[in-house]
Structures are given as C-alpha cells and as structure tokens.
Design a protein around this ligand. Structure first.
Ligand SMILES: CC(C)(COP(=O)(O)OP(=O)(O)OC[C@H]1O[C@@H](n2cnc3c(N)ncnc32)[C@H](O)[C@@H]1OP(=O)(O)O)[C@@H](O)C(=O)NCCC(=O)NCCS
Length: 323
C-alpha cells in the first residue's frame, strides 16, 4: 500500500526520513479514518459517530497517517471541496510521540498536497500561534455548549411566534437544500450533505416559509435548516450523545425555532452539544437563555478569506472542518 500512497497531485509522501523509518502516507480505508477518530475521542473532541465515513466520501484522498517503523503514530486530515477550498482537521500525534518533531513533519508533507486552496481550521488555544506561523488568520471564537436532554419542554426558549414550518429534509428538493447550505457555508458540498443527512440516528429539519406544493411544485422557500447527529461522549459512555450541527437560519426567530425543535428530540438525560460562534450575538443569546454551559472555546482560522455567512450560523456544522 505504501508504494501507491500519493497526494492528490500524484506526489508520493513516502520516505521522509530513512534513518527513523518515519513516513507519511495516504489513508486508504474507512477503518484507517476510524483510527484517527478514536484518537480524537481520546482528546475529548466528541466527534460524530459516522463523520469519518462522511469525510471519506467527500474526499477519499484527504487523510494521512504518520507511521514510525510501520506503526501509526499520528494523523492529519484535509477535506477538500473542489479546487478552491479545503479544511484542515484532526491534527493529532499520539501522546508518547509528541514534541519530537513528527507532527510538524507530517504537517509539512501534507500541506504539499493541497495546492493553493483557501484553508480553514478550528484551532485549539495552544496551537493558534503555530497556525499563525503557517499563514492562518483568526476570525471568531467557536464556543462549545453542553446540555442534557430534558423530560419536559419547560426549558425551551420562548419564541414569540413560530414563523416557519419545519419539515423533514426528504420533503424538499435536495438541490434547493444544497443551495441554502452553500449560501451560508460558502462552499458547494452535496456529497458531504447527502452523507450527513443519511447517517443512522440523524434528524434533519428544514424550515420552509410555505408548504404549498411541497414534494410537487416546489412552491416554498427555505429559511433555514438544522440537524442532529450521534456523537461520542467518550469511551466509557454506554450511550451516544447528540451534536446539534448545524443550525443555519436566515433570522434569529428561525434559528430559535430550529434550536427548540432539535433540543426537544434529545432523549432525557442524554447529553447534547452545540457549537456557537461568538460573533453571532443572536445565537449566543439563544444558548444563554436556554442556560447551556460553555465547556470549551476554539478559534476559527483561514488562510485567504472567510466566506461563511456568520449572521446565519446558529450552530456550526462541524468543528472538524470549520463550517
Ligand atoms: C498538535 C500536535 C499534532 C503537534 O505534534 P507534535 O509532534 O507534538 O509537534 P512537533 O514536535 O512536531 O512540533 C515541533 C515544532 O513545530 C511547531 N509546530 C507544530 N505544528 C506546527 C504547525 N502546524 N505550524 C507551525 N509550527 C508547528 C511546534 O510548536 C514546535 O515548535 P518548537 O520547536 O518551537 O517548540 C500534537 O501536539 C497533538 O497531537 N496535540 C493534541 C491534539 C491537538 O491539540 N491538535 C491540534 C488541534 S487544533
């Protein structure tokens, strides 16, 4: 397998240091992706259970494994969206091998494979200065909030009026759905979206401002959408938590309506997470009024331009890929 390992520009990444048998190679199977996601669980990042497969579908030539004497010691993902955009994700070296130069060597090798794309990532506080050295600029803080499924709806944030109708994603045209997502995320990602909404256990709601002709004449307008996916709480947990991701909405009222509906689907006592960006004050107000607890904060970074419509983000779609 190693002899065929190549970046998407066809460049081999093999044999970076012969004396140590350190090399960086393309991951070629979903199970290799899963290995990296296991390390992400150990870091406490709570990745979604089926996201490894979703990213693999989006970009089968995007994830790399660092090996020392044939043993995997680290990984790094680059989820590419066409020729212009890529997300850098899951930059991990196993703890005993940290601080020895392997991570940065892997990073430098992998960066050669992604061309001149505009890059996004979400940075842990300790890594921000490194990414700045590598050409990334900071934008907002992404704040992770944690809640627990309730047994009643007393805690829903009061919404003066529910302005839109929430329907299952299969009731709207998929191209319309993708177009709305692109308006907010700034990228075209139908492959990833299709995989996300088909994940086992996912709930996918679309806010439409008219249901006339749904499924027939398409006489409706999409005003937002929101999803919930199963995610890992940790190795010890006996059940999966929920990640409410994303909530994209054209207004605070629609964002709140989606938030209330998705939180209501979380089973009692089951933890859930939502990642909110500090620059969207309306989104911050919703989680604050609901009484959610903030548990961590990371920095959204990019290399060229940030095309995400921040005023429409009420929940980030994925902290792995940044939007
Ligand atoms: C982040 C991580 C992958 C770095 O790997 P590592 O093997 O420990 O790092 P290295 O030993 O290769 O670092 C060597 C040097 O390169 C720097 N460096 C590492 N990655 C870099 C990057 N992407 N850009 C610029 N510099 C970088 C380091 O700061 C270090 O600098 P120093 O010698 O001045 O101290 C590793 O520490 C890790 O797995 N941490 C936990 C997971 C995590 O937080 N990942 C990042 C999420 S945003």
């Amino acid at each position: 397998m190693e002899d065929g390992a190549r970046g998407d520009d066809g460049q081999s990444l093999k044999g970076t240091d012969k004396t140590e048998n350190f090399r960086v190679r393309l991951m070629t199977t979903p199970s290799e992706f899963s290995l990296l996601f296991e390390w992400a669980i150990a870091e406490g990042w709570c990745p979604c259970v089926y996201d490894a497969e979703s990213y693999y579908k989006q970009d089968p030539t995007g994830y790399y494994l660092a090996e020392l004497d044939g043993v995997p010691i680290g990984g790094l993902g680059t989820v590419k969206f066409g020729a212009d955009v890529a997300s850098i994700t899951q930059y991990i070296v196993k703890p005993p091998f940290r601080g020895k130069g392997y991570g940065y060597r892997m990073w430098q090798e992998v960066m050669k494979t992604i061309g001149d794309r505009n890059l996004f990532l979400e940075s842990a506080p300790a890594q921000r200065s490194n990414y700045e050295k590598s050409g990334f600029k900071s934008s907002w803080q992404t704040i992770r909030f944690r809640g627990v499924g309730r047994t009643d709806d007393d805690h829903a944030v009061n919404n003066a009026e529910d302005r839109v109708t929430l329907v299952s994603v299969d009731k709207v045209n998929f191209d319309d759905f993708c177009a709305f997502d692109q308006k907010v995320s700034g990228v075209s990602r139908p492959t990833l979206l299709k995989s996300w909404i088909n994940q086992p256990g996912s709930i996918n709601l679309v806010a439409v401002d008219s249901i006339e002709g749904i499924g027939q004449k398409r006489e409706y307008r999409i005003a937002g959408y929101g999803c919930s996916r199963l995610c890992y709480e940790g190795y010890q947990s006996t059940s999966f938590s929920r990640k409410i991701a994303p909530i994209f909405a054209e207004s605070s009222a629609v964002g709140l309506q989606l938030f209330n509906a998705l939180v209501a689907t979380v089973p009692p006592e089951i933890p859930f997470y939502i990642d909110v960006i500090d620059v969207n004050e309306n989104a911050m107000q919703i989680v604050s009024e609901f009484g959610l607890e903030s548990i961590s904060s990371i920095t959204h970074m990019f290399t060229k331009c940030n095309s995400v419509q921040q005023n429409m983000v009420y929940g980030v779609a994925s902290c792995d890929i940044g939007f």
